[in-house]
Design a protein. Structure first.
Length: 199
């Protein structure tokens, strides 16, 4: 088993990060083009805790090293089951993911947690455990696991850049929407103001 760990800081509030997280794989993120579909399977809110639990199926298209494709099969698309928990009381977003594709040969368990550092910064902590299930071939297992850790490392760099773009665009869009709503409020109040001024 190999482990990949990563910690990042986003200069955005937890509220901004937890909201933008749902748009992580949208067209605003040109760094995660390997994600071709995100399907929500279920979404529930625990009435006692207020925790939002969501299950999503994420479909990715990534090119694996040729030797790995030959060894495990040439599937271009893979699927991951993600279960997330948004806890508004404790201000945490926890996402737990597991691969569905080739899960009889490779087991990838990933946990991501977003939590506030202060009012303007959010910490991202990522841990992935990668286990090749190839019987007694330790050298092959190590090569597969090393290859997947390398892929996690590459995707972590792109993922941060892409999510930063999503966060920036979300902040801009929400600011524009607040400004639009403010203008609509002023416009709706204009007739009343004119009437009051006429008296």
């Amino acid at each position: 088993m190999k482990v990949f760990s990563n910690t990042e800081t986003f200069d955005y509030s937890w509220e901004e990060v937890s909201t933008a997280n749902w748009r992580k794989y949208c067209p605003w993120n040109d760094k995660s083009t390997h994600v071709v579909a995100v399907d929500t399977i279920s979404r529930t809110v625990d009435p006692a805790t207020g925790i939002l639990r969501t299950e999503r199926l994420i479909t990715c298209r990534q090119s694996a090293p040729e030797w790995l494709k030959k060894l495990l099969g040439g599937a271009e698309e893979s699927q991951v089951l993600e279960t997330s928990y948004v806890d508004p009381s404790n201000k945490t977003v926890t996402m737990v993911s597991a691969n569905l594709t080739l899960s009889n040969l490779i087991n990838v368990q990933e946990t991501v947690v977003y939590k506030p550092l202060n009012d303007h910064q959010t910490q991202f902590v990522q841990d992935a455990k990668i286990t090749a299930l190839c019987g007694g071939w330790q050298r092959i297992k190590n090569s597969i696991e090393d290859s997947l850790v390398k892929r996690f490392r590459e995707n972590a760099i792109k993922g941060k850049e892409g999510f930063e773009a999503v966060l920036e665009m979300s902040r801009r869009v929400f600011a524009e929407e607040r400004e639009r709503e403010k203008m609509m409020m002023i416009m709706s109040q204009a007739p009343n103001i004119r009437r009051a001024a006429a008296y």
